[in-house]
Design a protein around this ligand. Structure first.
Ligand SMILES: [Zn+2]
Ligand SMILES: [Zn+2]
Ligand SMILES: [Zn+2]
Length: 483
Protein backbone atom coordinates (compact mmCIF):
# COMPACT_ATOMS: atom_id res chain seq x y z
CA UNK A 1 0.00 0.00 0.00
CA UNK A 2 1.34 3.42 -0.86
CA UNK A 3 1.99 5.39 2.28
CA UNK A 4 1.43 8.89 1.00
CA UNK A 5 -2.01 8.95 -0.57
CA UNK A 6 -4.16 11.85 0.54
CA UNK A 7 -6.23 11.10 3.66
CA UNK A 8 -3.74 8.58 4.92
CA UNK A 9 -1.58 9.09 7.96
CA UNK A 10 1.61 10.59 6.66
CA UNK A 11 4.89 10.36 8.48
CA UNK A 12 7.10 13.23 9.52
CA UNK A 13 10.34 11.37 9.01
CA UNK A 14 11.19 9.00 6.21
CA UNK A 15 14.52 7.30 5.90
CA UNK A 16 14.80 5.75 2.46
CA UNK A 17 13.66 2.16 2.36
CA UNK A 18 12.75 2.16 6.02
CA UNK A 19 9.53 2.28 7.99
CA UNK A 20 8.06 5.67 8.68
CA UNK A 21 8.60 6.91 12.16
CA UNK A 22 6.89 9.44 14.36
CA UNK A 23 6.61 9.83 18.11
CA UNK A 24 3.28 11.54 18.60
CA UNK A 25 -0.12 11.08 16.95
CA UNK A 26 -2.05 13.91 18.52
CA UNK A 27 -2.20 16.59 21.15
CA UNK A 28 -5.47 17.05 22.99
CA UNK A 29 -6.16 20.75 23.37
CA UNK A 30 -8.74 22.07 25.83
CA UNK A 31 -12.10 22.85 24.22
CA UNK A 32 -12.12 26.26 22.44
CA UNK A 33 -8.45 26.94 23.06
CA UNK A 34 -6.07 28.00 20.30
CA UNK A 35 -2.85 26.08 19.71
CA UNK A 36 -0.09 27.49 21.91
CA UNK A 37 3.01 28.92 20.26
CA UNK A 38 5.13 26.24 21.99
CA UNK A 39 3.27 23.62 20.00
CA UNK A 40 3.73 25.40 16.69
CA UNK A 41 6.13 22.89 15.25
CA UNK A 42 3.75 20.07 16.06
CA UNK A 43 0.81 22.00 14.68
CA UNK A 44 2.60 22.41 11.34
CA UNK A 45 2.97 18.65 11.04
CA UNK A 46 -0.12 17.53 9.21
CA UNK A 47 0.17 13.98 10.48
CA UNK A 48 -0.30 15.12 14.07
CA UNK A 49 -3.86 15.86 15.12
CA UNK A 50 -4.39 18.91 17.29
CA UNK A 51 -7.78 19.37 18.88
CA UNK A 52 -10.04 18.54 21.77
CA UNK A 53 -10.59 14.98 20.61
CA UNK A 54 -8.51 12.33 18.94
CA UNK A 55 -10.58 11.07 16.04
CA UNK A 56 -8.92 7.72 15.44
CA UNK A 57 -7.83 8.38 11.87
CA UNK A 58 -8.18 5.27 9.79
CA UNK A 59 -6.75 5.60 6.28
CA UNK A 60 -9.55 6.42 3.90
CA UNK A 61 -11.24 3.98 1.54
CA UNK A 62 -13.01 4.96 -1.63
CA UNK A 63 -16.41 6.39 -0.82
CA UNK A 64 -19.00 3.68 -0.63
CA UNK A 65 -22.56 4.78 -0.09
CA UNK A 66 -25.34 2.37 0.79
CA UNK A 67 -28.40 2.20 3.00
CA UNK A 68 -27.12 -0.67 5.15
CA UNK A 69 -25.93 0.51 8.56
CA UNK A 70 -24.26 -1.86 10.95
CA UNK A 71 -25.90 -1.99 14.38
CA UNK A 72 -22.48 -1.70 15.94
CA UNK A 73 -21.32 1.87 16.25
CA UNK A 74 -17.62 1.46 16.91
CA UNK A 75 -14.95 4.22 16.84
CA UNK A 76 -13.22 4.31 13.47
CA UNK A 77 -15.26 1.52 11.88
CA UNK A 78 -17.55 2.61 9.01
CA UNK A 79 -21.14 1.52 9.57
CA UNK A 80 -22.37 2.03 6.03
CA UNK A 81 -22.16 -1.01 3.81
CA UNK A 82 -23.67 -2.30 0.61
CA UNK A 83 -25.95 -5.31 0.45
CA UNK A 84 -25.79 -8.06 -2.18
CA UNK A 85 -28.60 -6.42 -4.19
CA UNK A 86 -26.92 -3.04 -4.32
CA UNK A 87 -23.66 -4.63 -5.29
CA UNK A 88 -25.44 -6.41 -8.16
CA UNK A 89 -26.81 -3.05 -9.33
CA UNK A 90 -23.52 -1.15 -9.16
CA UNK A 91 -20.95 -3.83 -9.74
CA UNK A 92 -19.65 -2.55 -13.05
CA UNK A 93 -18.77 0.87 -11.66
CA UNK A 94 -16.26 -0.17 -9.07
CA UNK A 95 -12.99 -1.96 -8.59
CA UNK A 96 -13.84 -3.79 -5.40
CA UNK A 97 -11.20 -4.17 -2.76
CA UNK A 98 -10.91 -7.51 -0.97
CA UNK A 99 -11.26 -7.31 2.81
CA UNK A 100 -10.60 -10.88 3.81
CA UNK A 101 -11.06 -14.46 2.66
CA UNK A 102 -12.45 -17.64 4.19
CA UNK A 103 -12.90 -21.25 3.23
CA UNK A 104 -16.60 -22.02 2.82
CA UNK A 105 -18.41 -25.28 3.58
CA UNK A 106 -17.69 -26.50 0.04
CA UNK A 107 -13.99 -25.86 0.57
CA UNK A 108 -14.05 -22.90 -1.85
CA UNK A 109 -12.31 -19.58 -1.42
CA UNK A 110 -14.84 -17.01 -0.29
CA UNK A 111 -14.10 -13.30 -0.26
CA UNK A 112 -15.69 -10.40 1.60
CA UNK A 113 -15.12 -6.89 0.25
CA UNK A 114 -14.53 -3.54 1.84
CA UNK A 115 -17.79 -1.63 2.05
CA UNK A 116 -20.01 -4.64 1.34
CA UNK A 117 -21.84 -6.41 4.08
CA UNK A 118 -21.47 -10.16 4.47
CA UNK A 119 -24.48 -10.99 2.27
CA UNK A 120 -22.42 -9.79 -0.69
CA UNK A 121 -19.50 -12.19 -0.13
CA UNK A 122 -18.44 -13.99 -3.29
CA UNK A 123 -16.79 -17.27 -4.14
CA UNK A 124 -13.54 -16.51 -5.95
CA UNK A 125 -12.31 -19.10 -8.43
CA UNK A 126 -10.22 -16.68 -10.43
CA UNK A 127 -6.43 -17.25 -10.45
CA UNK A 128 -5.98 -13.51 -11.04
CA UNK A 129 -7.71 -12.81 -7.74
CA UNK A 130 -5.09 -14.90 -5.95
CA UNK A 131 -2.27 -13.12 -7.74
CA UNK A 132 -3.60 -9.67 -6.97
CA UNK A 133 -4.52 -10.23 -3.33
CA UNK A 134 -1.40 -11.81 -1.87
CA UNK A 135 -1.48 -9.64 1.24
CA UNK A 136 -5.12 -10.38 2.08
CA UNK A 137 -4.61 -14.10 1.46
CA UNK A 138 -1.42 -14.11 3.53
CA UNK A 139 -3.17 -12.60 6.55
CA UNK A 140 -6.04 -15.09 6.21
CA UNK A 141 -3.51 -17.94 6.00
CA UNK A 142 -1.82 -16.83 9.24
CA UNK A 143 -5.20 -16.56 10.94
CA UNK A 144 -6.23 -20.02 9.73
CA UNK A 145 -2.93 -21.57 10.81
CA UNK A 146 -3.58 -20.26 14.32
CA UNK A 147 -7.18 -21.53 14.28
CA UNK A 148 -6.04 -24.99 13.16
CA UNK A 149 -3.57 -25.02 16.05
CA UNK A 150 -6.59 -24.51 18.36
CA UNK A 151 -8.27 -27.56 16.83
CA UNK A 152 -5.19 -29.63 17.73
CA UNK A 153 -4.74 -28.11 21.19
CA UNK A 154 -5.64 -30.66 23.92
CA UNK A 155 -6.42 -27.77 26.31
CA UNK A 156 -8.90 -26.09 23.97
CA UNK A 157 -12.55 -26.71 24.81
CA UNK A 158 -15.07 -28.20 22.37
CA UNK A 159 -16.76 -24.80 22.21
CA UNK A 160 -13.50 -23.19 21.09
CA UNK A 161 -12.85 -25.87 18.49
CA UNK A 162 -16.39 -25.53 17.19
CA UNK A 163 -15.94 -21.74 16.98
CA UNK A 164 -12.91 -22.04 14.68
CA UNK A 165 -15.34 -23.22 11.99
CA UNK A 166 -16.77 -19.71 11.68
CA UNK A 167 -13.59 -18.93 9.71
CA UNK A 168 -12.44 -22.35 8.52
CA UNK A 169 -15.80 -23.50 7.23
CA UNK A 170 -17.78 -20.33 6.66
CA UNK A 171 -21.50 -21.12 6.46
CA UNK A 172 -24.50 -19.39 4.90
CA UNK A 173 -26.15 -18.69 8.26
CA UNK A 174 -23.34 -16.39 9.31
CA UNK A 175 -23.08 -14.74 5.88
CA UNK A 176 -26.80 -14.03 5.96
CA UNK A 177 -26.57 -12.32 9.37
CA UNK A 178 -24.67 -9.10 8.62
CA UNK A 179 -25.46 -7.70 12.08
CA UNK A 180 -23.71 -10.63 13.77
CA UNK A 181 -20.99 -9.51 16.17
CA UNK A 182 -18.60 -11.73 14.20
CA UNK A 183 -18.57 -9.11 11.44
CA UNK A 184 -17.60 -6.37 13.88
CA UNK A 185 -14.62 -8.48 14.95
CA UNK A 186 -13.72 -8.88 11.28
CA UNK A 187 -14.01 -5.13 10.70
CA UNK A 188 -11.84 -4.41 13.74
CA UNK A 189 -9.20 -6.79 12.39
CA UNK A 190 -9.35 -5.16 8.98
CA UNK A 191 -9.41 -1.47 9.92
CA UNK A 192 -6.82 -1.72 12.68
CA UNK A 193 -4.58 -3.72 10.36
CA UNK A 194 -5.00 -0.91 7.84
CA UNK A 195 -3.43 1.53 10.31
CA UNK A 196 -0.60 -0.96 10.85
CA UNK A 197 -0.03 -1.38 7.10
CA UNK A 198 0.61 2.31 6.56
CA UNK A 199 3.56 1.97 8.93
CA UNK A 200 4.79 -1.42 7.71
CA UNK A 201 3.63 -3.22 10.86
CA UNK A 202 2.21 -6.76 10.77
CA UNK A 203 -1.55 -7.38 10.57
CA UNK A 204 -3.56 -7.95 13.73
CA UNK A 205 -6.50 -10.21 14.28
CA UNK A 206 -9.32 -10.13 16.82
CA UNK A 207 -10.86 -13.47 17.71
CA UNK A 208 -13.59 -14.69 20.04
CA UNK A 209 -13.83 -18.46 20.16
CA UNK A 210 -17.25 -18.67 21.74
CA UNK A 211 -20.78 -19.60 20.78
CA UNK A 212 -22.03 -16.21 21.97
CA UNK A 213 -19.52 -13.57 21.02
CA UNK A 214 -18.53 -10.93 23.57
CA UNK A 215 -18.69 -7.27 22.58
CA UNK A 216 -15.11 -6.02 22.18
CA UNK A 217 -14.20 -2.98 24.33
CA UNK A 218 -14.62 0.37 22.59
CA UNK A 219 -11.39 2.32 22.18
CA UNK A 220 -9.67 4.43 19.54
CA UNK A 221 -6.73 2.88 17.79
CA UNK A 222 -3.35 4.58 17.64
CA UNK A 223 0.18 3.33 17.16
CA UNK A 224 1.67 6.60 18.45
CA UNK A 225 1.00 8.23 21.78
CA UNK A 226 -1.57 11.00 22.01
CA UNK A 227 -0.57 13.70 24.46
CA UNK A 228 -2.87 15.74 26.64
CA UNK A 229 -2.07 19.47 26.41
CA UNK A 230 -0.96 19.92 30.02
CA UNK A 231 1.12 16.77 29.75
CA UNK A 232 2.84 18.34 26.72
CA UNK A 233 3.76 21.32 28.92
CA UNK A 234 5.34 18.89 31.39
CA UNK A 235 7.19 17.11 28.58
CA UNK A 236 8.59 20.33 27.12
CA UNK A 237 9.90 21.53 30.48
CA UNK A 238 11.26 18.15 31.65
CA UNK A 239 14.96 17.47 32.07
CA UNK A 240 14.60 14.46 29.74
CA UNK A 241 13.52 16.80 26.92
CA UNK A 242 16.85 18.65 26.88
CA UNK A 243 19.28 18.00 24.08
CA UNK A 244 22.60 16.26 24.71
CA UNK A 245 24.47 19.58 24.33
CA UNK A 246 22.19 21.38 26.75
CA UNK A 247 22.55 18.62 29.34
CA UNK A 248 26.32 18.55 28.90
CA UNK A 249 26.58 22.26 29.76
CA UNK A 250 25.17 21.74 33.26
CA UNK A 251 26.80 18.36 33.85
CA UNK A 252 29.85 18.38 36.12
CA UNK A 253 31.91 15.72 34.41
CA UNK A 254 32.99 15.73 30.81
CA UNK A 255 31.69 12.61 29.11
CA UNK A 256 33.29 11.06 26.10
CA UNK A 257 31.37 9.12 23.51
CA UNK A 258 31.27 5.60 24.90
CA UNK A 259 32.26 2.81 22.56
CA UNK A 260 30.29 0.23 24.54
CA UNK A 261 27.15 0.44 22.46
CA UNK A 262 25.49 -1.78 19.87
CA UNK A 263 24.85 1.32 17.77
CA UNK A 264 25.91 1.05 14.12
CA UNK A 265 27.89 4.18 14.72
CA UNK A 266 29.61 3.59 18.11
CA UNK A 267 31.95 6.55 17.80
CA UNK A 268 29.16 9.10 17.63
CA UNK A 269 26.32 7.38 19.56
CA UNK A 270 25.10 9.73 22.29
CA UNK A 271 22.88 7.23 24.12
CA UNK A 272 25.28 6.26 26.91
CA UNK A 273 25.94 9.94 27.64
CA UNK A 274 22.21 10.49 28.02
CA UNK A 275 22.05 7.58 30.44
CA UNK A 276 24.77 9.09 32.62
CA UNK A 277 23.37 12.60 32.54
CA UNK A 278 19.69 11.73 33.00
CA UNK A 279 19.13 8.39 34.65
CA UNK A 280 22.27 6.83 36.18
CA UNK A 281 22.25 6.73 40.00
CA UNK A 282 24.24 9.74 41.21
CA UNK A 283 26.90 9.22 43.89
CA UNK A 284 25.35 9.55 47.35
CA UNK A 285 21.78 9.29 46.07
CA UNK A 286 19.37 7.23 48.19
CA UNK A 287 16.75 6.85 45.51
CA UNK A 288 16.25 3.37 44.11
CA UNK A 289 18.75 2.68 41.40
CA UNK A 290 17.63 2.76 37.82
CA UNK A 291 18.80 -0.07 35.57
CA UNK A 292 20.10 0.65 32.10
CA UNK A 293 18.85 -1.84 29.51
CA UNK A 294 20.88 -1.83 26.32
CA UNK A 295 20.26 -3.73 23.14
CA UNK A 296 22.84 -6.11 21.71
CA UNK A 297 23.74 -6.16 18.01
CA UNK A 298 20.47 -8.01 17.27
CA UNK A 299 18.40 -5.43 19.13
CA UNK A 300 17.74 -7.81 22.06
CA UNK A 301 17.99 -6.92 25.74
CA UNK A 302 19.91 -9.00 28.25
CA UNK A 303 17.20 -10.47 30.51
CA UNK A 304 19.43 -12.41 32.92
CA UNK A 305 18.90 -11.07 36.48
CA UNK A 306 15.88 -9.17 35.27
CA UNK A 307 13.69 -8.17 38.21
CA UNK A 308 10.26 -6.78 37.38
CA UNK A 309 10.31 -4.45 40.38
CA UNK A 310 13.40 -2.60 39.11
CA UNK A 311 13.13 0.81 37.50
CA UNK A 312 14.62 0.45 34.04
CA UNK A 313 15.06 2.44 30.89
CA UNK A 314 16.03 1.81 27.29
CA UNK A 315 17.62 4.69 25.39
CA UNK A 316 17.23 4.75 21.63
CA UNK A 317 19.36 6.55 19.08
CA UNK A 318 18.32 9.83 17.52
CA UNK A 319 19.68 11.80 14.58
CA UNK A 320 22.54 13.01 16.81
CA UNK A 321 23.90 9.44 17.03
CA UNK A 322 24.74 9.36 13.33
CA UNK A 323 23.29 5.91 12.66
CA UNK A 324 20.57 4.79 10.24
CA UNK A 325 17.01 3.73 11.07
CA UNK A 326 18.06 0.05 11.06
CA UNK A 327 20.41 0.60 14.02
CA UNK A 328 19.86 -2.10 16.71
CA UNK A 329 19.19 0.68 19.20
CA UNK A 330 15.99 1.84 17.48
CA UNK A 331 13.56 -1.04 18.12
CA UNK A 332 10.64 1.05 19.35
CA UNK A 333 11.07 3.57 16.54
CA UNK A 334 10.88 0.75 13.98
CA UNK A 335 7.90 -0.80 15.77
CA UNK A 336 6.35 -4.20 16.02
CA UNK A 337 7.69 -6.92 13.71
CA UNK A 338 6.08 -10.07 15.21
CA UNK A 339 2.48 -10.76 14.39
CA UNK A 340 0.19 -10.69 17.42
CA UNK A 341 -3.48 -11.44 17.89
CA UNK A 342 -6.13 -10.45 20.40
CA UNK A 343 -8.40 -13.20 21.68
CA UNK A 344 -11.26 -13.27 24.13
CA UNK A 345 -10.26 -15.79 26.80
CA UNK A 346 -12.88 -16.14 29.54
CA UNK A 347 -14.80 -14.21 32.22
CA UNK A 348 -11.74 -13.89 34.45
CA UNK A 349 -9.10 -12.86 31.97
CA UNK A 350 -11.38 -11.17 29.45
CA UNK A 351 -9.23 -10.46 26.38
CA UNK A 352 -5.56 -11.36 26.03
CA UNK A 353 -2.77 -10.65 23.59
CA UNK A 354 -1.17 -13.71 21.98
CA UNK A 355 1.90 -14.24 19.85
CA UNK A 356 1.11 -15.53 16.36
CA UNK A 357 4.78 -16.42 15.82
CA UNK A 358 7.69 -17.28 18.14
CA UNK A 359 9.39 -14.42 20.01
CA UNK A 360 12.86 -14.78 21.51
CA UNK A 361 13.91 -13.68 24.97
CA UNK A 362 14.97 -10.04 24.99
CA UNK A 363 13.21 -9.16 21.75
CA UNK A 364 11.05 -6.07 21.34
CA UNK A 365 7.40 -7.08 21.00
CA UNK A 366 5.26 -3.95 20.76
CA UNK A 367 5.00 -0.40 22.08
CA UNK A 368 2.49 0.35 24.83
CA UNK A 369 0.58 3.23 23.22
CA UNK A 370 -2.05 5.41 24.75
CA UNK A 371 -2.86 8.82 26.10
CA UNK A 372 -0.04 10.60 27.90
CA UNK A 373 -1.63 12.45 30.79
CA UNK A 374 -0.83 13.70 34.29
CA UNK A 375 -0.80 10.99 36.94
CA UNK A 376 -2.64 13.05 39.56
CA UNK A 377 -4.60 15.71 37.76
CA UNK A 378 -4.95 14.28 34.28
CA UNK A 379 -8.24 13.62 32.54
CA UNK A 380 -10.71 11.12 34.01
CA UNK A 381 -9.83 7.61 32.98
CA UNK A 382 -9.77 3.96 34.02
CA UNK A 383 -6.54 4.00 36.00
CA UNK A 384 -6.05 0.25 35.76
CA UNK A 385 -4.72 1.04 32.27
CA UNK A 386 -2.11 3.50 33.62
CA UNK A 387 1.57 2.76 33.09
CA UNK A 388 3.89 4.90 35.22
CA UNK A 389 6.88 6.80 33.82
CA UNK A 390 9.06 6.79 36.91
CA UNK A 391 12.30 7.74 35.20
CA UNK A 392 11.45 9.78 32.13
CA UNK A 393 8.66 11.96 33.53
CA UNK A 394 7.39 10.93 36.97
CA UNK A 395 4.37 13.27 36.84
CA UNK A 396 2.98 11.50 33.77
CA UNK A 397 1.40 8.17 32.92
CA UNK A 398 0.42 6.47 29.66
CA UNK A 399 -3.18 5.28 29.75
CA UNK A 400 -4.66 3.00 27.10
CA UNK A 401 -8.24 2.65 28.30
CA UNK A 402 -9.84 4.92 25.67
CA UNK A 403 -6.98 5.36 23.16
CA UNK A 404 -4.39 2.68 22.56
CA UNK A 405 -3.07 -0.14 20.44
CA UNK A 406 -3.20 -3.92 20.74
CA UNK A 407 -0.83 -3.91 23.75
CA UNK A 408 -3.74 -2.69 25.90
CA UNK A 409 -5.01 -6.28 25.81
CA UNK A 410 -2.00 -7.80 27.58
CA UNK A 411 -3.26 -9.96 30.42
CA UNK A 412 -1.78 -10.32 33.88
CA UNK A 413 0.48 -13.31 34.51
CA UNK A 414 2.00 -14.24 37.87
CA UNK A 415 4.88 -15.72 35.88
CA UNK A 416 4.99 -13.10 33.13
CA UNK A 417 6.86 -13.63 29.89
CA UNK A 418 7.04 -9.93 29.02
CA UNK A 419 7.79 -6.64 30.73
CA UNK A 420 7.09 -2.96 30.21
CA UNK A 421 10.22 -0.83 29.89
CA UNK A 422 10.34 2.97 29.78
CA UNK A 423 11.91 4.11 26.55
CA UNK A 424 13.71 7.39 25.94
CA UNK A 425 13.31 7.64 22.20
CA UNK A 426 12.89 10.35 19.60
CA UNK A 427 13.84 10.35 15.96
CA UNK A 428 15.12 13.92 15.89
CA UNK A 429 16.80 15.59 18.82
CA UNK A 430 14.57 18.65 18.37
CA UNK A 431 11.36 16.57 18.65
CA UNK A 432 9.61 16.73 22.02
CA UNK A 433 10.70 13.77 24.13
CA UNK A 434 7.30 12.15 24.39
CA UNK A 435 7.74 9.33 26.93
CA UNK A 436 7.35 5.89 25.43
CA UNK A 437 6.97 2.45 26.97
CA UNK A 438 8.04 -0.73 25.20
CA UNK A 439 7.12 -4.34 25.76
CA UNK A 440 10.09 -6.74 25.65
CA UNK A 441 10.08 -10.55 26.00
CA UNK A 442 11.48 -11.75 29.35
CA UNK A 443 11.44 -15.35 28.13
CA UNK A 444 11.11 -17.15 24.81
CA UNK A 445 7.44 -17.01 23.81
CA UNK A 446 6.00 -19.77 21.61
CA UNK A 447 3.56 -19.16 18.75
CA UNK A 448 0.05 -19.13 20.17
CA UNK A 449 1.19 -18.34 23.72
CA UNK A 450 -0.27 -15.42 25.70
CA UNK A 451 1.96 -12.37 26.09
CA UNK A 452 1.63 -11.53 29.79
CA UNK A 453 2.99 -8.89 32.10
CA UNK A 454 2.69 -8.75 35.86
CA UNK A 455 0.22 -6.09 36.97
CA UNK A 456 1.30 -6.45 40.58
CA UNK A 457 4.34 -6.53 42.82
CA UNK A 458 5.31 -9.88 44.32
CA UNK A 459 3.84 -9.14 47.77
CA UNK A 460 0.46 -8.08 46.31
CA UNK A 461 -0.07 -11.59 44.93
CA UNK A 462 -0.71 -13.04 48.39
CA UNK A 463 -3.34 -10.62 49.70
CA UNK A 464 -5.49 -12.29 52.37
CA UNK A 465 -8.82 -10.85 51.29
CA UNK A 466 -7.95 -10.98 47.60
CA UNK A 467 -9.68 -12.98 44.90
CA UNK A 468 -8.17 -16.09 43.29
CA UNK A 469 -5.94 -15.48 40.29
CA UNK A 470 -6.80 -17.42 37.13
CA UNK A 471 -3.82 -16.35 35.06
CA UNK A 472 -3.04 -20.01 34.31
CA UNK A 473 -4.46 -23.38 35.34
CA UNK A 474 -3.45 -24.12 38.93
CA UNK A 475 -2.33 -20.61 39.92
CA UNK A 476 -2.65 -20.39 43.72
CA UNK A 477 -2.10 -16.62 44.08
CA UNK A 478 -4.70 -14.11 45.18
CA UNK A 479 -5.02 -10.69 43.60
CA UNK A 480 -5.72 -7.47 45.49
CA UNK A 481 -9.20 -5.97 45.34
CA UNK A 482 -9.61 -2.33 44.38
CA UNK A 483 -12.72 -0.39 45.22
ZN1 LIG B 1 22.39 4.01 16.74
ZN1 LIG C 1 22.72 6.20 20.08
ZN1 LIG D 1 -1.76 -15.98 38.75
Amino acid sequence: MAANQPDEITPDTITLGQPNVRTVAGVLIAWNQPVKPEFAHLARNESIQMGHIFTNPIPAEDRLGAPFYSRHNYPGIPRRKMTANEVAAHKKNYEWKAQTTYTNIYNQLLCTYVGWNSTAALVQLDARFRRENQEVLGTARQRDAYLRSIQRDPEATDEMKQATRMWLSMGLDLLNTPHHLFWLYEDLSYYHTKIHRVHDLPPLIYLCLRRNLVMPPRFKYTIFNVVEERAMDVILSAQSNKSVDELQKSYKRKLTNAIDTACESPNTCQCNKLWHMLYAPQPGSTESDAKYMTQNGEGRLDMTDFDISDLRVVIECSDTCGCSSVCPRRCTQRGQTKMLLVRYENEFIDFALRAAEPIRQGEFIVEYNGLVTQADTGIRRDESYDVALNLICPQLVINSSAIGNLSRFMAHGCQPNAALIETHSRVKDEDPLVPRVSVYAMKDIAAGEKVTISYYQEEQLKSKDGYPCKCRPGCTNTLPRYY
